[in-house]
Design a protein around this ligand. Structure first.
Ligand code: CP
Ligand code: NVA
Length: 334
């Protein structure tokens, strides 16, 4: 019997393969209940705080709808309206919120902030994205791959782009633990941190996964089951880095040629939001300045492969629900 009650969910490094698979199975159970309109509000009377120091569409909506489905109340603290970090330390904030709420979600900057919240609040804390990790996203990603392919072990995920930030790091950890081969396909300076790569290679030894870092886009995506990418400039990074990123990462854009180089039945994945057209403010600005009509993925790939991408977005909600449910209570019948 797996019990995660009382645990925080800060990075997948802290979780075993069986624990991760348990969360994905629980998410599948909740997804089924939701589709059948079966109430699952066992956590009625509880309350969670949702702290967002960076913007969000999916993660915030997922935490709110998932908490409400479980019967819980939510309080959203946005980047401007709380005292966090400006007038009150993280430690004091944690001690206050821990007295009022049953769990706390945090999205923001350094991983040490979410770690500190967890250390001082005495309630489960959930990482809704930091600079270093995005663990709830990986649960949704793995759930989506399994739904589309039927299994995970032995599959190959090629990650193209900035592989040393939250998405690259977390996907590498998730893949290493679950036996999915991970290819970081990027210029060398965007490879994940060596220490983390070494750790992942350790986990990969027992799961059977292979961790490959390559600058060769063709070799890195050859026969991949999943081609994955993310924005080239992440939230919180300065605008000045755009020029360099565009120059460095344009050869690693996901194009139809890349998809043809992957397996026939390969899927394309993206954590979203994505710059695949000119229908965004930033997309338009970049177009004016650098002449690009898309960035990390072409519009053709995005639209042709959109099914898995939006399944992935939906699965954020089911997996986040599983994380809250499993860390707040025991004995969920799957
Ligand atoms: N993928 C993801 O975390 O999306 P949001 O930034 O919209 O939450
Ligand atoms: N790397 C991106 C992920 C967004 C979900 C960012 O941090 O902005």
């Amino acid at each position: 019997m797996i019990s995660l009650k009382g645990r925080s969910f800060l990075t997948l490094k802290d979780f075993t393969k069986d624990e991760i698979l348990y969360l994905i199975d629980l998410a599948g159970h909740f997804k089924k209940l939701k589709k059948e309109h079966v109430l699952h509000d066992r956590l009625k009377g509880r309350n969670v705080a949702l702290i967002f120091e960076k913007t969000s569409t999916r993660t915030r909506s997922s935490f709110e709808t998932a908490a409400h489905d479980l019967g819980m109340g939510t309080t959203y603290l946005d980047p401007k309206s709380s005292q966090i970090g400006k007038k009150e330390s993280i430690e004091d904030t944690a001690r206050v919120l821990g007295r009022m709420f049953d769990g706390i979600e945090y999205r923001g900057y350094g991983q040490e902030i979410v770690e500190s919240l967890a250390e001082h609040s005495r309630v489960p804390v959930w990482n809704g994205l930091t600079n270093e990790y995005h663990p709830t996203q990986i649960l949704a990603d793995m759930m989506t791959i399994r739904e589309h392919m039927g299994d995970l072990e032995g599959r190959t995920l090629a990650y193209m782009g900035d592989a040393r930030y939250n998405m690259g790091n977390s996907l590498m950890i998730g893949c290493a633990k679950l036996g999915v081969n991970f290819h970081a396909v990027a210029p060398k300076k965007y490879f994940p941190d060596e220490e983390l790569v070494a750790k992942c290679r350790e986990w990969a030894k027992s799961s059977g996964a292979e961790i490959v870092l390559t600058e060769d886009a063709k070799e890195g995506t050859k026969d991949a089951d999943v081609v994955y990418t993310d924005v080239w400039v992440s939230m919180g990074e300065p605008d000045e880095v755009w020029e360099e990123r565009i120059e460095d990462l344009t050869p690693y854009r996901v194009t139809m040629d890349i998809m043809k180089n992957a397996k026939n039945e390969a899927i394309f994945m993206h954590c979203l939001p994505a710059f695949h057209d000119l229908d965004t403010e930033i997309g338009k600005e970049i177009n004016k300045k650098f002449g690009l009509t898309c960035m990390e993925v072409t519009d053709e790939v995005f639209e042709s492969y959109q099914e898995a991408v939006f399944d992935e977005a939906e699965n954020r909600m089911h997996t986040i629900k599983a994380v809250m449910a499993a860390t707040l209570a025991d004995d969920w019948e799957i």
